[in-house]
Design a protein around this ligand. Structure first.
Ligand SMILES: [Zn+2]
Length: 534
């Protein structure tokens, strides 16, 4: 009886494994969490770009890479040094007010609006305001919110988001600082005031306002100046946005109701003008990307690279929330950094090397506007034509079991198909971005590879139930870019391990494929494909 049963069991197991070979496991989530415990600890001080804390975190990364047997692939050993300029608003010497019917209505900085030092603010601005709806110019769709409006010498007020008919990637692309400003500059505008869409705000206003005087950064090289001529950039509190619309014949309530459902928005001159004075302190900052390689096994394909990237920087030390000033960035993005270290160690230990070389890229300056990856993509430390793909890992949020994987860029290139295949062999479903309004596809480092023509994607743990969706929403509201993205939060180690397996599998499959991944002919981003000479 016993024996018979045993034979039967073995047979069933064998039959099952013949039907679908069981995927091998390399990770258990423990070493992943071990790295996070180091990178998100208090003494890393939140890893701000240019800080001693980030230098310490990067030294840890380099030490782990050395121990794993990887080779340096930066411009200075494992490092690629980069120069930045930082800009910090001095609020006590700055001001903003609305001018309406001969009256001056002062705005309270922090409550009504905040300056954005992502652009180099002019010391003084006085200009009429025009509401431009979503403020999008999308030539491919013959869509132009700026058409027919007089914006010469004026400041545009826009409601963030996009109309429903606009495909997510297209809408995201034209909301980047660079593309957005290009259109406004050509229309003669001198500044932009953005009203966040209350329906899609990840972070509540009080938290946005809390760190408004924290320095912004930009790359200190003229080739990267994307906001030339932008004299004013502000974000306006949606709860106070009615102040802008007074006397225009429209209310903010009307605009927000339309924008919530991505309906078309009216566009019209506002009854008010804006006057600002801005005092900005500028400083030079130095930081570095960390880059390592695992050489490929194939004599020819080893001259090509698959990049696995993650940002190692975070927000540093800021205003306290619940008594904690350190913005630990455990999920954002010690989690991605830890994954790269795990995958690097596991692949170097494996009996067989992938055919193509792998490049492990730990970028700086992501939180400052994807700056480290922007620099790397423009000045790669390997021949730019040899980079076949980028897989980026940023805040993949294993806060519940991994049953569905959200793939940003799923339909854009062959990488999406490979990701689907690898996930499915592990019983994990895939989905495209369920929240295109959050612009995730352009909000992390993969975007800088995309605009250089390199197929790229990013993935995160998707929600499958109402309960899981609630977990994600609560995580974004309470922990995202807050000190509580720390080591005390609950994470699902088995989900993290499963996610690591998918990334490892995807990386190997892309590295071993005789053909490079390609953009789909339907993809908007195919326009960036360079002549690779292949
Ligand atoms: Zn972040």
């Amino acid at each position: 009886m016993y024996r018979k049963l045993l034979i039967l069991c073995c047979f069933l197991v064998l039959a099952a494994s013949l039907a679908q070979p069981a995927a091998e496991n390399h990770f258990d989530g423990k070493s992943w969490w071990g790295h996070i415990k180091v990178l998100a600890a208090d003494d890393m001080e939140g890893r701000e770009t240019g800080s001693a804390g980030l230098r310490k975190a990067e030294a840890y990364v380099v030490e782990q890479l050395r121990q794993a047997g990887l080779q340096p692939a930066g411009s200075d050993g494992f490092y690629q040094p980069i120069k930045f300029v930082s800009r910090q608003i001095v609020e006590k010497d700055s001001s903003a007010s609305l001018l309406r019917s001969g009256k001056t209505e002062p705005l309270t900085l922090g409550e009504d609006a905040i300056f954005s030092t992502r652009v180099d603010l002019a010391a003084e601005v006085e200009a009429p305001l025009v509401f431009v709806g979503y403020g999008l110019s999308i030539p491919e769709k013959n869509y132009d919110d700026l058409a027919g409006l007089d914006l010469k010498g004026k400041v545009a007020v826009l409601f963030s988001g996009s109309p429903a008919e606009m495909p997510g990637p297209l809408a995201s692309h034209y909301q980047t600082l660079k593309e957005r400003w290009k259109a406004f500059r050509d229309a003669g505008a001198i500044g932009i005031i953005t009203i966040p869409n209350p329906a899609t705000m990840d972070i509540p206003w009080w938290r946005i306002a809390l760190n408004r005087t924290h320095p912004s950064m930009d790359l200190a090289y003229p080739e990267f100046d994307e906001s030339k001529g932008e004299k004013l950039a502000m974000t306006f509190n949606p709860a106070h946005a009615d102040k802008l619309f007074e006397g225009s014949g429209h209310t903010f309530e009307e605009i927000a109701a339309l924008g919530k459902d991505r309906k078309p928005l009216p566009r019209f001159p506002l009854a008010a003008a804006i006057r600002t004075t801005a005092t900005v302190v500028r400083n030079e900052v130095e930081s570095a990307n960390v880059i390592a390689t695992l050489p490929g096994a194939d004599p020819k394909l080893k001259n090509e690279y698959v990049v696995l990237s993650a940002h190692v920087d975070h927000l540093g030390i800021g205003e306290p929330v619940h008594g904690d000033r350190i913005y630990h960035g455990a999920m954002d993005n010690a989690s991605g950094t830890a994954l790269l270290l795990d995958v690097a160690a596991s692949l170097n230990k494996a009996s067989e090397r992938p055919k193509r070389s792998l490049l492990f890229l730990f970028v700086t300056g992501e939180e400052k506007g994807l700056l480290g990856s922007k620099y790397f993509a423009a000045h790669p430390t390997v021949d730019s034509r040899s980079i076949v793909a980028d897989i980026n890992v940023d805040m993949f949020l294993p806060i519940h079991p991994l049953r569905v994987l959200t793939v940003y860029g799923l339909e854009e290139s062959g990488l999406g198909d490979v990701a689907r295949e690898v996930a499915q062999t592990r019983g994990i479903a895939v989905q495209a971005d369920p929240q295109p309004l959050r612009n995730a596809f352009i909000r992390s480092d993969q975007y800088n590879f995309i605009v250089h023509g390199i197929p790229a994607l990013a993935m995160s743990v998707g929600a499958t139930t109402g309960e899981e969706r609630k977990l994600h929403k609560e995580w974004l509201t309470n922990r995202y870019h807050a000190p509580s993205d720390d080591l005390n939060q609950p994470v699902d180690l088995s989900a993290a391990a499963a996610y690591e397996e998918v990334v490892r599998g995807l990386l190997i499959k892309v590295a071993d494929d005789s053909a490079r991944p390609e953009w789909k002919s339907s993809s908007f981003f195919r326009r960036y494909e360079r002549a690779t000479g292949q």
